[in-house]
Design a protein around this ligand. Structure first.
Ligand SMILES: [Zn+2]
Length: 151
């Protein structure tokens, strides 16, 4: 059977395959959606391609993996035992990229929040924690707080 997909279709498919809809993000989005919040996902035209973007509040939310984005003091941000130098360079590059993304967003007048994956893990296990984090995100969105308290 002939492949009748256009190149555009195909690249859309490829994008879908390496979709950013990994579980922690989906979980967080569902909670926020249930609060009546509406957002866009994986906004490619914004710096860092935020996982969640609230246009109404001009606020971006990033769900960061603790290992790749080096969550300070987190047990998941461990250093692999071999090829330490290779990893260190990779981590430094990621950290620098995150910092420049945050700077760009600030310049654009867009606030941002970082939600660490380990926080989401805890939220899944603990309803009180889940409620309090969602409450924090809501007040951040609706308030004028500009500091980007990482969660
Ligand atoms: Zn962490």
């Amino acid at each position: 059977m002939a492949d009748i997909k256009s190149p555009e279709d195909r690249s859309r498919n490829m994008r879908a395959i390496r979709s950013k809809d990994t579980k922690p993000e989906v979980y967080l989005r569902k909670l926020l959606f249930a609060q009546g919040l509406r957002y866009r996902k994986n906004v490619q035209k914004l710096p860092g391609c935020p996982d969640i973007y609230f246009a109404r509040y001009q606020t971006a939310v990033f769900v960061h993996g603790c290992f790749w984005h080096r969550h300070p003091g987190c047990k998941y941000a461990y250093m692999p035992k071999s090829r330490t130098e290779f990893w260190q360079q990779k981590f430094d590059a990621n950290t620098r990229r995150d910092e420049s993304v945050h700077e760009e967003l600030k310049t654009m007048g867009i606030r941002y929040l970082v939600v660490w994956e380990c926080t989401l893990r805890e939220m899944k296990k603990d309803q009180d924690k889940e409620r309090s984090i969602i409450a924090f995100i809501l007040s951040y969105l609706k308030g004028t707080e500009s500091s980007s308290n990482p969660l």
